[in-house]
Design a binder for this molecule. Structure first.
Ligand code: PGA
Length: 255
C-alpha cells in the first residue's frame, strides 16, 4: 500500500442476503470499526436492500454503493435501474463492468463505457472492474485484455477531472469465487501495469486513483496482498458476507 492513497475495503454481496441477515451483518461490522478508520469501508448490497443499508449505516462511517446501473439515462428499459435513481436515494458508489456482468450478462466494453459515463454524469463514483479469464492469462494476453478494458473507458473521456475519484478493481476472472487467488506478485504486476496506463493519460491521475484487488481475498491472504505498493485495498465477494472474516480483512490493512 502507498501512504498517499487511502485504502478501500469493499464488500460485494452479490445476490445474497435477507433483511435480517443484512441487519446483523451491518451491526457486527459497524460495532467493530473504531474511528478514525484506516481504510474507507463500503458495502454493495442488492438493489432492494440499498435503502435498508442506507438507514442502518446513517450514524456510522460505513459507505455503500450499488452493484450495477443502467447504460441508459431513463425510459422504457424494464427492470433497469439508472445511475440518476441511485444518486436520488443517496447512493455514492457503483460497480461497473464486474466480470459476472461481463461474462454472465454479456456486457461488452462498449456497454461498460456507457455505464461508466452515466455514473460519472450522475455524480456517482464508479468502481471499474477489469480482469482476464484463465485462457487469456495462459495465452499471455492478460495485459492486453485489462489494458483494453481500461483504455475503453479512458479514451471515451475528454478530460481527466471527472476521472480523479474513479476507483479501479483488478479482478482476475479465474480467481473470483474459486478459492484461487492471484499471488501478491501476480496481482502487483498487473496493478503496476494499470497504473502505468493511467500515467500515460495523466501522471497526477495515476498517483491518485486507488486500484483494488479482487478474487478470493480472505483473512489469510489479505495482508500479503495489501503489502504490495500498488494494491490499495480489496473488493471482497464471498468473505464479505461473514462479518468476522470481513473485519479481519479490514484489520489486515497496514496503519
Ligand atoms: P470473491 O469475489 O471474493 O468471492 O472471489 C470477488 C468479486 O467478485 O468481487
Amino acid at each position: 500500500m502507498n501512504k498517499l492513497r487511502k485504502p478501500i475495503i469493499a464488500g460485494n454481496w452479490k445476490m445474497n442476503g435477507t433483511r435480517a441477515s443484512i441487519k446483523s451483518l451491518i451491526e457486527q461490522i459497524s460495532n467493530d470499526l473504531i474511528s478514525p478508520l484506516k481504510a474507507e469501508v463500503m458495502v454493495f448490497p442488492p438493489f432492494v436492500y440499498l435503502d435498508q443499508v442506507a438507514q442502518l449505516v446513517k450514524n456510522t462511517e460505513l459507505r455503500w454503493g450499488a452493484q450495477n446501473a443502467a447504460a441508459e439515462a431513463q425510459g422504457a428499459f424494464t427492470g433497469e435501474i439508472s445511475a440518476l435513481m441511485l444518486k436520488d436515494i443517496g447512493c455514492q458508489y457503483v460497480l461497473v463492468g464486474h466480470s459476472e456482468r461481463r461474462h454472465l450478462f454479456g456486457e461488452s466494453n462498449e456497454t461498460v463505457v456507457k455505464k461508466f459515463d452515466r455514473a460519472i454524469q450522475a455524480g456517482l463514483t464508479p468502481i471499474l472492474c477489469v480482469g482476464e479469464t484463465l485462457d487469456q492469462r495462459k495465452q499471455g494476453k492478460t495485459e492486453a485484455v485489462v489494458g483494453d478494458q481500461l483504455q475503453a473507458v479512458l479514451s471515451a473521456k475528454d478530460g481527466v477531472n471527472s476521472l480523479e475519484n474513479v476507483i479501479i478493481a483488478y479482478e482476475p476472472v479465474w480467481a473470483i469465487g474459486t478459492g484461487l487467488t492471484a499471488t501478491p506478485e501476480q496481482a502487483e504486476e498487473i496493478h503496476s501495469f494499470l497504473r502505468e496506463q493511467l500515467k500515460n493519460f495523466s501522471s497526477t491521475l495515476s498517483q491518485k486513483v486507488r486500484i483494488l484487488y479482487g478474487g478470493s481475498v480472505k483473512a489469510n491472504n489479505a495482508s500479503a496482498l495489501f503489502s504490495m505498493p500498488n494494491i490499495d485495498g480489496g473488493l471482497i465477494g464471498g468473505a464479505s458476507l461473514d462479518a468476522k472474516e470481513f473485519l479481519q480483512i479490514y484489520h489486515a490493512v497496514e496503519c
